[in-house]
Ligand binder design. Structure first.
Ligand code: SR1
Ligand code: MG
Length: 386
């Protein structure tokens, strides 16, 4: 039975009652832990060490405030995508304990001992095995929700549940459009103003951005995560999870891999500019391991009756390169930045930001990308990869 038939934003006071049925024993404490851009997130504790996460969609974009209204459909999308991705990549997603449609709220397993991959990267921690799990996950959901592995009937039925455009519009705007215009949502340091202005007058880049945006909008190839950056991955030793599926939609195969590699490239650039040269090779190895795992798992899962696996893989790296380029640029001039670079002091911060732009340009304008090495060289700069 629904907790409430009408939507009310949960508070530190009311969320205890809301979460109580999913806890062992009575709720004993709560804290708001979300620092994300979209939703409100609570940790509610029960007896002993047991706790759950309550994630509620707000009717506006949290990071922008009530002036940017959004529907709450993203909670339903997240629940539905979580169910599908959990089957395709068992053990990788947090467990969904409950979805309350009226309240637009999910009750989720609490990954209390985990940190985000982004935090681990910033702290120069080892993260053995994480890239491999994320690569396998990405291959499993790309192929498992596509016409390669689903029958036409199954896939079309699945597609019907994801006819939803709102967060795609946010991505179209924030990733593919705003950084190339004088949009009020853009945010950048004064030091970067000249380079940011340059993006508005770069006709070749506008052409590439328009084509990438068109691919994002029109190629409904698979039910992708839609926001697979390093903050959407959580880890503790021996356990890697993928979270935050509210951006899930039917989009191009290369979008998730491109976003993930862009975020690893931004981490790599930030560490290089901070002088953390030993850790750079850890990030290089993770990026390579992600791609190797993604392609190996794709080969394992591929339907042998389809004779075009080499063509699929060639297209995948080229598409990933374009999406990675868009993601790198928007993360230094657009609304949502990455902490990896924002924690740097000047002049390292400016150096990293300008390299993000030049890396993005190289990915978008350097002609076809034929291999992972080609992508990574362009993203992080020719001289820094060995
Ligand atoms: C307004 S939301 C800003 C960004 O946060 C999300 O994680 C997506 O990356 C989105 O573009
Ligand atoms: Mg997210």
């Amino acid at each position: 039975m629904a907790w409430s038939d009408t939507y009310t934003p949960l508070t530190l006071g009311t969320v205890l009652d809301f979460a109580a049925p999913y806890l062992d024993g009575e709720p004993t404490g709560v804290q708001e832990i979300g620092d994300g851009n979209l939703n409100v997130v609570f940790r509610v504790r029960g007896s002993d060490t047991a706790s759950v996460i309550v994630k509620q969609a707000l009717p506006y974009l949290r990071v922008a405030g009530e002036s940017w209204p959004l529907t709450r459909h993203r909670a339903r999308i997240e629940g539905a995508a979580l169910a599908i991705h959990s089957k395709l990549a068992p053990g990788v997603m947090p467990q969904l304990l409950h979805f309350d449609e009226a309240m637009s709220a999910l009750v989720l397993e609490d990954l209390v001992d985990h940190v985000t991959w982004r935090e681990a990267l910033i702290a120069q921690q080892p993260h053995d095995g994480v890239a491999e799990v994320v690569g396998e996950y990405s291959a499993a959901v790309i192929l498992g929700t596509s016409d390669i592995l689903l029958s036409s009937r199954e896939r079309k039925a699945m597609r019907r549940d994801f006819v939803y455009s709102e967060l795609c519009l946010v991505t179209e705007d924030l990733v593919f459009t705003a950084p190339y215009t004088n949009a009020s949502s853009n945010r950048y340091d004064d030091e970067l103003a000249e380079l940011a202005r340059g993006l508005r007058h770069d006709r070749a880049l506008h052409m590439a951005a328009a084509q990438a945006r068109f691919a994002f909008k029109s190629r409904d190839e698979a039910l992708i995560h839609g926001d697979l950056h390093s903050g959407s991955v959580m880890l503790k030793p021996g356990d890697t999870r993928v979270i935050d599926l509210e951006f899930a939609y039917f989009g191009p195969f290369g979008f998730d891999p491109g976003v993930l590699l862009a975020n690893l490239a931004l981490s790599r650039i930030a560490h290089e500019e901070a002088g953390h040269h030993t850790y750079c090779s850890v990030v290089d190895a993770s990026a390579m391991a992600f791609w190797a795992s993604l392609t190996e798992q794709s080969r394992r899962l591929w339907d042998a009756r389809e004779p075009w696996l080499p063509r699929f893989l060639a297209q995948l790296i080229d598409d990933a390169a374009h999406f990675a380029g868009m993601e790198m640029i928007r993360r230094v001039v657009g609304l949502a930045h990455v902490k990896d670079i924002d924690v740097l002091e000047q002049p390292a911060r400016f150096a990293a930001q300008s390299r993000a732009i030049s890396g993005g340009r190289a990915l978008l304008l350097g002609g076809a990308t034929h291999s992972f090495e080609d992508l990574w060289h362009r993203a992080v700069g020719e001289d820094s990869y060995s």
